[in-house]
Write a protein that binds this ligand. Sequence first.
Ligand code: BGC
Length: 680
Amino acid sequence: MRARNGRSGPSQDPLWYKDAIIYQLHVKAYFDANDDGIGDFVGLTQKLDHIAELGATVVWLLPFYPSPLRDDGYDIADYKSINPTYGTMHDFRTFVRAAHERGLRVITELVINHTSDQHPWFQRARRAKRGSAYRDFYVWSDVDTKYAGTRIIFTDTETSNWSWDPLAGQYYWHRFFSHQPDLNFESPRVVRAVIDVMRFWLDAGVDGMRLDAVPYLCEREGTSNENLPETHGVLRVLRAVLENEYEGKIFLAEANQWPEDVRAYFGDGDECHMAFHFPLMPRMFMAIAEEDRYPIVDIMRQTPEIPENCQWAIFLRNHDEMTLEMVTNRERDYMYKVYATDPRARINIGIRRRLAPLMENDRRRMELMAGLLMSMPGTPIVYYGDEIGMGDNIYLRDRDGVRTPMQWSIDRNGGFSRSDPARLYLPPVMDAVYGYQTVNVEAQTRSPSSLVNWWRKLIAVRQGYRAFGRGTISFLTPANRKVIAYVREHGNETILCVANLARSPQAVALDLARWRGRIPVEMLGWSPFPTVGADRYVLTLPGHAFYWFLLSEAAVAASWEGEPRERLPELLTLVFARDNPTLFGGRTQLLLEYEILPAYLPKQRWFGAKDAKLPGVSIADAFRFDWSDAHGFFAIVTLSGATEDARLPYLLPLALVEGDDAESALGSAALARTRTGARE
Ligand code: BGC
């Protein structure tokens, strides 16, 4: 168990990224400290407590470098400084220090596949002589037919991966927007320049770098130009620098590929420490839409083992569209039908929506998705705003609809900025369901049952067990496919996760034979469930519910486990008149004869008719006693249905104890309790 959000700085474990919770945000969207309508580093620093309190351990920043912002900063015009609207280098360093003080690490973007066409390298290249080192910073051709086997990624905007540059008199290569020329990694100068950029930010204190669009670094005729061995060669060079010069810093690969192709980005543990698991993401959404665990189990079955020191990064939503590149055509059609009926929600090969609208704002479904995210193998990433159920705005351009200002309070601009609303970089979400009046951090922080407080609790539970970040996963195969069940194991931790993917309640019978004798303890409420026995373990789950159980060897069985079904009610209220209490007449007699005595008598050592069925117990007579502090009745009780011997009457002392004393007297001879202030 670790408490890693204290003020003592980030954990020193070199494998820290395996136990991390990453929180992804855009500086411009988080908090505006200088009232210009755009978030900045000073603002972000002020809001770090929210991230630390959520339980995150890493902040991942989207690009914040000088840029014409035609691809929201992924079009970088200067690698080694800060976009002045977000602050200064000093502000950045202050932010990193403040994050570290809170135990938070910082990951930034290393966008090296391409630059902006405004970058001085490109401006120099297009003017440089053909074949010169400067020209060769980028990939040029006299014809636009080279590399014909390469797919287009931004299908909504681009028709070719080549664009004509009149100044250079050649075509340049670009895998994304035409204003983002690809760097040429065949040039050793480019590799050196990129290493220089990398060192710059690592020296500034960042703990890791997300390698953007990494499968496309190198090109070779006759290939798809993705995942080439040359690209892996470049990555190994970068990793060697990281390894030799820095301690405990990591690479996170963005490779939107099938798992077996992504596997290569881990190398032999000598390329990237982490890589996103892209195909898992849409399949979690597919599983709850289809109410069938198959999509998740299937993709996890196809997920190869990775080196010991490596880790998957898993996510539900991010700053991009929910990409559907890594699903089959049939699956893509299905996803569009379920999650993007409005064509405006579609972009490129994906869906531009946030988590809450995808889940139709259904709290249970959001919780279920969070439960899956936090228990699948890998390090989870939470996209800013999803912890409060923020909505989106599909009427904004490109992917801006999921990049709107963070909603802090009901104040002007959602508490994000005090600027004139017209100045904001994007309008905040303002509709009645998801708008900042309804969905904001301040209100949710004050409400114990809010979504944000629920996320905090979930993350805190996860952070108590290494099995979530480091453990193996094995899927159980119950016949009811609407339920997904898997076991995470690490050292002596065994955690059973069970989730109902359906909207209707479901029952499931699990084969837990391996864990016979263990007591499943539900981890969010810490309640023991019945001990695992020889039979299948039957669970019932409300619609979209999920459980995490610690399969404990040490837990104490529930106090009620193993008790006979017919037992003395712990507490039954009998009402007696204070001045003349009697056992006869009314509900008191009925309760005694039909409920209390038939349950009580057979359990007494002296009772002779233990084996007999007791069709009737009657109170034949009763005498009151009233000694100094003892009051009650001697009741003569007769039985019917028992053998003749057993039918002998019993003389039963019944003490009358009042109010609270009755509860403490339970278990002794006290059978009755009078309510204080009872009818006189
Ligand atoms: C980023 C996108 C960006 C693209 C091109 C991606 O991998 O996540 O937001 O548009 O790179 O720069």
